[in-house]
Design a protein around this ligand. Structure first.
Ligand code: GLV
Ligand code: MN
Ligand code: MN
Ligand code: MN
Length: 394
């Protein structure tokens, strides 16, 4: 089993990896991610798993055993821009390795087991995270999704044929294994943990408009500089979130016309905000928008805030979480909240009992090439996943 895991891990290591940063560029529906999708089909074929795909590229490899509601496990193969190796692929490789382990142990499930890959989990191309699982679960309609555009203006509807999906119709339970994206498990000295909840989070577009002008001849007091308003808003967002123990990040900015010797005419920046409660998230974004608008008044610029997507609080099935955590021989694994979004959150919100397993990340870093997990911890995760699948399919 360790061999299966390490062989698969070795297969994936070079795909979409940047020689300069060591990070991964696995954009949905582009070459590296499609190569991984093909790799997944081959891995399923090698195990006799029947592959079912839908019209937006989600895939499930079915172990057709037994009958009744299926147990699904898996994650995603796309990455953020310059992401780490583990966010997503660890859950897919671990799911396949868990099936290998169950078979090696002679386990014969009484109900079907599926390994899932959902597309565009990161929203790094079309801007909406968990796109594949939102469409598959019915949380998002194809009519709303088809016009989503990437940075080159290409519409989702031009890339994939449609969104008919019945992949989840037989699913009774979902379990996603994922690399931990913070330092909780390191601090607790635990190889793995179980998720209790996902913080509410959202993406908001901040459009700052000003007036383009000459960088040399325009007196400082005569400017209407949207970059200045943006910078002050970013500072306010950081302070607001820090004081309240919440999260606010401007990680993407587009400047028009983006020339060194011109005051910009416009700045668009995307705020990623996260908070432990839905009400707190709304207050946080309101407060940042209010401070941005006040600053815009002083700068002679304007600010328009548009919520692009908001995901409400998710509480995972507590009994299922407790059962997954209790599988540990030496006592229960920690049950911890996460501030990261996952397909598991979408499926849970759609009413499917869902659990998540996290594997310790010694760097605590994620969405970066520095993301890491030790093989020994990954194998603890695979074993716990196999135990969980076994118990759920007895
Ligand atoms: C997805 O990984 C997110 O939480 O942004
Ligand atoms: Mn991610
Ligand atoms: Mn992920
Ligand atoms: Mn995620």
């Amino acid at each position: 089993m360790p061999d299966d895991f390490e062989r698969m891990w070795g297969d994936l290591a070079p795909v979409g990896r940047s020689a300069s940063s060591g990070g991964y560029f696995r954009q949905p529906f582009a070459s590296a991610e499609r190569e991984l999708a093909q790799w997944f089909v081959e891995q399923c074929a090698a195990r006799g798993l029947r592959v079912e795909t839908d019209e937006i590229g989600n895939a499930v490899g079915w172990w057709d055993v037994g009958s009744g509601p299926a147990v699904l496990t898996g994650s995603h193969l796309d990455s953020v821009l310059d992401g780490g190796a583990y966010d997503g692929p660890l859950g897919v490789v671990s799911a396949l390795a868990a099936i290998d382990l169950m078979r090696a142990r002679g386990v014969v499930p009484t109900r079907p087991v599926g390994v899932s890959v959902f597309v565009e989990e990161e929203g790094s191309r079309f801007g909406l995270a968990c796109l594949g699982s939102r469409l598959a679960s019915g949380a998002l309609s194809w009519e709303a999704a088809r016009e989503l555009r990437d940075r080159d203006g290409v519409a989702l509807g031009d890339v994939v044929p449609g969104a008919a999906s019945s992949l989840l119709s037989s699913v009774g339970t979902f379990v996603e294994l994922h690399v931990e994206q913070g330092r909780d498990l390191v601090d607790r000295g635990a190889a793995i943990g179980v998720a209790s909840e996902i913080w509410p989070h959202g993406r908001y577009r901040f459009d700052f408009a000003g007036a383009a002008n000459h960088a040399g001849t325009t007196r400082m007091e005569d400017r209407q500089d949207p970059m200045l308003t943006y910078a002050m808003t970013a500072l306010a967002a950081n302070k607001q979130a820090r004081l309240a123990g919440q999260r606010a990040t401007f990680g993407r900015v587009a400047v028009t016309p983006n020339g060194t010797n011109a005051v910009p005419s416009a700045v668009t920046a995307w705020l990623d905000a996260r908070c432990s409660t839905d009400a707190g998230l709304a207050e946080l974004v309101d407060a940042i928008g209010r401070q941005g608008s006040e600053r815009a008044d002083r700068d002679g610029t304007s600010l328009t805030v548009t919520a692009e997507s908001v995901s409400g609080a998710v509480t995972f099935d507590p009994a299922l979480a407790a059962a997954v955590a209790a599988d540990h021989e030496g006592g229960a694994w920690p049950i911890i909240p996460t501030q990261a979004g996952h397909d598991a959150g979408i499926l849970s919100a759609a009413g499917i009992p869902t659990a998540m397993l996290f594997v310790r990340n010694p760097t605590g870093v994620s969405h970066s090439p520095a993301e890491h997990a030790e093989v020994a911890d990954c194998l603890v995760g695979v074993s716990a996943l196999a135990d969980t699948l076994d118990r759920l399919t007895r």
